[in-house]
Design a protein around this ligand. Structure first.
Ligand code: IMP
Ligand code: MG
Length: 204
């Protein structure tokens, strides 16, 4: 348990980076961009079987829910559970928590994640979909993109915001599974990071 009993997780936020209003305004634009970029799928000459939004769990569920309700196209939803982060840093390898990929044969997939950091997660999942799932194609979309040098070739096709390299929480993003329910994106206080680290150490 990271918070004290009854404590408001907002108290652990040093600084709000993106307000709820800013996020929602940008989602209106992003949804319009995606809708016009994907409309061709529904033309009669398209060979594609349909459109699936594939959300990477757990971080992108809030993003998925708010984005999809702004997209007036026939879509299906699927989720895939992957993990790569421990605390505030990437472990450098990604773990598929589900043995099997969802059935996406012939479909165009919009792969959604909360944040593009090292880029490993999105590029590994995309490669696996293309190699194993017989998808028609993949479009990548993230809420946040960190502005830093990366080892992967991939850049997301769509991104809500570009931010600095700092660790952020809220709007789906977590620190040891906490803070996902904050409606904004913010930076944690150093004392909250330390408290989380201590709690994690004590629980293993
Ligand atoms: P990547 O594989 O390094 O691009 O990292 C992607 C995953 O790491 C995301 O799906 C997040 O779960 C997590 N992550 C990366 N940066 C942050 C952050 O600043 N806050 C919270 N989670 C993050
Ligand atoms: Mg995470």
């Amino acid at each position: 348990m990271i918070y004290g009993v009854g404590a408001d997780p907002r108290q652990d936020i040093e600084r709000i980076l993106l307000t709820e209003e800013q996020i929602h305004r940008r989602l209106d634009e992003l949804a319009a961009e995606l809708t016009s970029a994907l409309a061709w799928i529904f033309q009669p000459e398209s060979q594609t079987k349909g459109l699936t939004f594939l959300a990477l769990l757990n971080g992108s569920v809030v993003f998925l829910a708010d984005l999809l309700r702004r997209i007036p196209l026939p879509v299906q939803i699927d989720c895939l559970s992957v993990a790569s982060y421990h605390g505030t840093s990437s472990t450098g390898h990604i773990r598929f928590r589900q043995a099997e990929l969802p059935d996406l044969k012939g479909r165009w997939v919009v792969l959604l994640d909360d944040i593009f950091d090292s880029g490993l997660t999105l590029s590994r999942v995309r490669e696996r979909l293309l190699a194993e799932a017989q998808v028609s194609g993949v479009t990548t979309c993230v809420l946040l993109r960190k502005d830093l040098p990366r080892q992967v070739e991939l850049e997301p096709d769509f991104a809500g915001f570009t931010i600095g390299p700092e660790f952020v929480v809220g709007y789906g993003l977590d620190y040891f599974e906490q803070y996902r329910n904050l409606p904004f994106v913010g930076v944690l206080k150093a004392e909250a990071i330390e408290r989380g680290r201590m709690a994690q150490q004590a629980s293993v």
